[in-house]
Every structure is written in structure tokens, then in C-alpha cells.
Ligand binder design. Structure first.
Ligand code: ADP
Ligand code: MG
Length: 310
């Protein structure tokens, strides 16, 4: 509903489930024609592709086959190489707050279930036997990944952002669009009403309320929150502080706005681990904007973030 009481226009909108998340794509155009359908199919297919390649839960995924083949260089698909490369760069810039090798801790906390089949087939690597980012050797020419030790790679902190960026490439001729993958959002152009897209940011402690709304025409808004997924074993939420091996507590929610969804996704996770002070310093250094909420519900944000607030 708009301020004048008229219902807001909505465009061509469709939702599907990938990565245990509802993914919604909205196009500003309203013609449901063949061209629109083709673009939607192509965009959604990236979510399926990223999930099937990068899943830690499916023993047949390319990622799981790579993990099983540790000890030698393994040629991987460009997509898996890119995802691991991005995650390793994320680890580097965040000085280890973002860490794609927290897999053993996640398994230990019971995050092992494939969301479609419900089956649990963990790798079963003990935390003290597992290698870290320093044990991942990437060869950009040969597209090989060499795990020098057993490393339980988890790409859950970058997969959605990466899929958002890839899906967006399929929609460049669609006019305005917004893709929402469970709180990680990428928008382009204007909404069906010809205005900036509005993205609501959930209140971390009141599931039905919004903390704030941001407006933008091009870019990603990615949020990590401790309320998002809970350990079935009662061991807390799904974002691990690599320094301790237990769920991060320095912040309860972190939102990042930036041009790349993959980067914003990783930086939100890293900022949540680091907490307000170091988190904001990282966002500043990476030239993105963001908002952090601590345990006392105090908000801290970068200077540029305010310009997006409605
Ligand atoms: P969501 O998937 O809910 O959007 P995030 O983008 O913050 O949340 O990603 C959280 C996921 O990232 C976890 O489910 C897990 O797969 C992975 N993960 C957990 N802790 C870390 C960490 N410290 N660094 C990188 N990835 C992590
Ligand atoms: Mg994220």
C-alpha cells in the first residue's frame, strides 16, 4: 500500500526454493511473455547450479567429491573454482573472520541435513584433524584445487551471493528487477512504479517487524543474523566464530550494501563475527556500507549507510 492508499504495483513475480531458502525474482515489466519466461528460467537455474555444485550436504556434489579427493590437485568446474577462490579471498580480507573451512564445527553443531531429502550424510571430519584455508592451494591457470590436508569446505556464506550475481547477469535485458534470496537481495533499475527498490531489513528480535527500509536502484543488500538458522542439536546459530569454534556473539545482525552480492554476502557474515567496531572497520576498508546490531540492540552503521535509509 502506498502513502496515498493506492495499492503498490507489482511486476511479474515468481518464487522457488533453493538452498533451503525461498528465492523470489520480480521483474518490473508485467508482460508474462516468452522472453520474460526465458530470462526467469535462466536466472533461477543459477541457484540450482550453485546449490548442486557447492552443497556440503550432498555426498555427490562436486564440492563433496573434491573434499574426498584431498591430497592431490583436482581439476574442478569454473563455478566451483570461482566459489572457492571468492571464499578464500573473503577469508584473506577479513583476516579469518570469514572462514570457509568451518565445516567441521558446523557438522558438530548438527548442520548436516540436506533440505530436500532430509538425509544426513556428514563428512565426519574431526575438528582437530581438519585443515584450514592455508591448506587450500588454487591454480588459476589449470583450474585445480589442491587440498593439502583434509579440509571440510563450507560455501554457505558465499553461495547465495554468488548465485544472486550470476542470476542477475541473465536479467540484464529485463529492465528493472529484484532478486530476494531469504534476506539477501540484489536489485537493478527501478521498481514497477518507476522508483528505487525498497528493501526491508528484518528486526533481529521481532520476527514480524522491520528494523529499517533501504532504497536503492543498483546493488546488493545482504544480511546475516543469529536468528536465521538454529542448530538442531541445541548448539546455537549457524555462524561460527572461527577463533572459538562456537557461534559468533559479537553482533546479532549485520547488513552490507555493495555492488557485488557475493562480496556483500561474505562481508555481512564476517562483520557479524567481528562485531560493531572491527566489523565497521572492515566494511569501510572494503568500501561498502553497512549496519551492525549488537546484543543490546544498539545499531552502528557506516556513514554512507544513512543515505540509503528511507
Ligand atoms: P544466511 O545463509 O542465513 O544468509 P550467511 O550468509 O551469514 O547467512 O551465511 C551463513 C552460512 O555461512 C552458514 O550457514 C555456514 O554455512 C557458513 N558459515 C558459518 N560461519 C562462517 C564463517 N565464520 N565464515 C564463513 N562461512 C561461515
Ligand atoms: Mg550472507
Amino acid at each position: 500500500m502506498k502513502a496515498d492508499g493506492a495499492p503498490a504495483l507489482i511486476g511479474l513475480r515468481e518464487s522457488r526454493v533453493y538452498m533451503d531458502t525461498v528465492v523470489t525474482i520480480e521483474l518490473s515489466r508485467r508482460e508474462d511473455d516468452d522472453a520474460a519466461r526465458r530470462m526467469l528460467e535462466a536466472a533461477f537455474s543459477w541457484f540450482g547450479e550453485v546449490e548442486s555444485v557447492c552443497s556440503r550436504f550432498d555426498p555427490n556434489s562436486e564440492l563433496r567429491r573434491l573434499i574426498a579427493n584431498w591430497g592431490r590437485p583436482v581439476e574442478v568446474s569454473p563455478l566451483l573454482f570461482h566459489a572457492i577462490d571468492l571464499a578464500c579471498r573473503g577469508a584473506e580480507v577479513s583476516k579469518g573472520a570469514f572462514d570457509p573451512t568451518v565445516g567441521p564445527w558446523l557438522e558438530r553443531a548438527g548442520f548436516t541435513r540436506e533440505h530436500r531429502t532430509g538425509r544426513s550424510l556428514p563428512v565426519g571430519l574431526e575438528t582437530d584433524a581438519a585443515g584450514g584455508v592455508q591448506d587450500i592451494e588454487l591454480d588459476r591457470q589449470r583450474l585445480t584445487v589442491h587440498l593439502r590436508r583434509p579440509v571440510l569446505i563450507d560455501l554457505g556464506g558465499v553461495a547465495k551471493g554468488l548465485a544472486l550475481d550470476l542470476a542477475a547477469r541473465e536479467l540484464v535485458n529485463a529492465g528493472g528487477f529484484a532478486i530476494n534470496a531469504g534476506g539477501d537481495v540484489l536489485v537493478s533499475g527501478s521498481n514497477p512504479e518507476g522508483e528505487a527498490w525498497r528493501v526491508g531489513i528484518r528486526h533481529p528480535r521481532e520476527a514480524q517487524s522491520l528494523l529499517c527500509v533501504v532504497a536503492l536502484t543498483d546493488g546488493a543488500v545482504c544480511t546475516s543474523g543469529d536468528y536465521e538458522r538454529q542448530s538442531p542439536a541445541g548448539k546455537g546459530h549457524h555462524i561460527i566464530d572461527p577463533a572459538t569454534g562456537v557461534p559468533a556473539g559479537a553482533a546479532i545482525a549485520a547488513t552490507v550494501i555493495g555492488p557485488s552480492a557475493a562480496a556483500a554476502d561474505m562481508l555481512a557474515t564476517a562483520a557479524l563475527v567481528l562485531g560493531p567496531e572491527e566489523g565497521l572497520a572492515l566494511l569501510h576498508e572494503q568500501q561498502v556500507e553497512g549496519l551492525l546490531i549488537d546484543q543490546r540492540l544498539t545499531a552502528a552503521y557506516t556513514r554512507g549507510f544513512q543515505e540509503y535509509l528511507l
